[in-house]
Design a protein around this ligand. Structure first.
Ligand code: PT3
Length: 417
């Protein structure tokens, strides 16, 4: 690009920024309120199935990259998300990437890492001195991750929590769950013969039957004769019930403390740090899964009950106005529509940060491992503690007797030392 062209592009961008500044709902009334910090939690883009049912003629080899991989459609969805974010935060973010302002974390899975990288390509194309290759308007942006086995933030649900497993079992037995499941019982009984998948667990039906069929339909494979529109609707509803019952239906608040509440805690801490004068961070992005977006929304009690679509994005924005901080939340779950505002129950759409913190306090775990302990474990722990105290007590008495009277082998027959 020639210098003159660059100048024109710059001028056009400046005009656009000014226009956005005047018209954008983010900056209503210039100077009235200021965006200070943004958190984004999104699902990866379109992918191939992760697994499938035994009778599926479409096997892993039918997919160009095998199972569980981001497709080109998925890349497109994330590139569009990045472009949208670029426009939304044009005036807020610097014209180019600044490492101290941006932090991106992904689960350690190909599709989420690649999704994050793709949206970053659109969000931060290099400009001016940041262009390092004129034929490639792209710059590398770090995406942080931790191994799945150590992921205590994004790879939800956290299964290594006995109390959560107990709550899951209670949910399955609950009247409310059974009532919601009832309409699908006979349909579910017809599935094993058709699919070869013989279990009746909802999560299994979702991930091994509905999800692969959905992926195949998106990619124009011919579906089995029985996968009619009606069947697909029922499978989708069963999958939605599966996700809803995972985090909710029964003791939602307690489940949230063990699941999405961890992410709420992390985000809240970042928002609090962003109110400090020393803060330089402007944007944190989390690239994750449907089970992450829904866990967060269930913890915040704003989940709409629909499986989060590919590249759907939960936005949390922190504003400063008249000496006070406010949190606003939006959900971008369709591309043809502006993100939907979400209101934390008990608050206003623009929720004072202090009130927000108060309202989410019940879902924030103080001691996650302790809270994951089941009552069974607690009984064992109490017995062990009592035994330990008894043994320690006996040892102390013995020691005391030895010190006071000396060892018995040094006494004569009359007990004198
Ligand atoms: O498609 O968002 C999704 C799924 O969460 C997927 O990415 C996944 O990892 N599924 C495994 C079960 C948690």
């Amino acid at each position: 690009m020639r210098a003159a062209d660059l100048l024109v592009v710059r001028a056009a961008r400046l005009c656009l920024s000014l226009l956005l500044l005047l018209s954008s709902p983010l900056d209503r009334g210039v100077g009235a309120r200021e965006l200070r910090f943004v958190t984004l939690v999104f699902r990866h883009g379109d992918r191939s199935p992760i697994e499938t049912f035994p009778n599926d003629p479409i096997k892993e080899s039918s997919w160009p990259q095998g199972f569980g991989q981001l497709t080109q459609l998925g890349m497109e969805q994330h590139y569009k998300l990045g472009e949208y974010l670029r426009k939304r935060y044009e005036t807020f973010l610097n014209e180019s990437y600044k490492h101290e302002q941006v932090y991106v974390q992904s689960t350690d899975i190909d599709r989420t890492l690649m999704s994050a990288m793709t949206s970053l390509a659109a969000l931060f194309p290099p400009e001016g001195i940041n262009i390092w290759n004129p034929n490639l308007l792209w710059q590398p942006i770090p995406v942080h991750t931790v191994p799945v086995s150590e992921d205590q933030l994004l790879y939800l649900p956290f299964r290594s929590c006995p109390r959560f497993q107990e709550l899951e079992n209670e949910t399955l037995k609950s009247e409310e769950f059974q009532k919601r499941l009832h309409p699908y019982k006979s349909f579910m009984e017809s599935l094993p013969k058709l699919t070869g998948y013989h279990h009746q667990d909802l999560f299994g039906i979702w991930s091994k039957v509905y999800d692969p069929l959905f992926c195949e339909s998106v990619h124009n494979f011919t579906l089995p004769f029985w996968a009619t529109e009606d069947t697909m609707t029922k499978l989708k509803e069963i999958s939605e019930l599966s996700l809803l019952s995972l985090y909710g239906i029964h003791k939602q608040k307690e489940k949230s403390r063990l699941q999405g509440g961890i992410l709420v805690k992390e985000i809240l801490n970042h928002m609090k740090s962003a109110t400090q004068p020393s803060n330089r961070r402007k944007l944190i992005m989390y690239s994750a899964h449907d089970t992450t977006v829904s866990a967060l929304q269930m913890a915040l009690d704003v989940y709409n009950g629909i499986l989060p679509p590919y590249a759907s994005c939960h936005l949390m924005e922190l504003y400063f106005e008249k000496g006070e901080y406010f949190v606003e939340m939006y959900y971008r779950n369709e591309t043809q529509h502006e993100p939907h505002p979400l209101t934390l129950p008990g608050c206003t759409p623009s929720c004072p940060l202090t009130k927000f913190a108060e309202l989410v306090a019940p879902v924030i775990p103080q001691d996650w491992s302790g809270e994951c302990t089941t009552s069974d474990n607690e009984v064992v722990r109490t017995i062990l503690a009592v035994v330990f105290c008894l043994v320690a007590g006996v040892l102390v008495v013995l020691l005391f007797t030895l010190i006071r009277h000396g060892p018995c082998w040094r006494r004569d027959a009359y007990g004198n030392i």
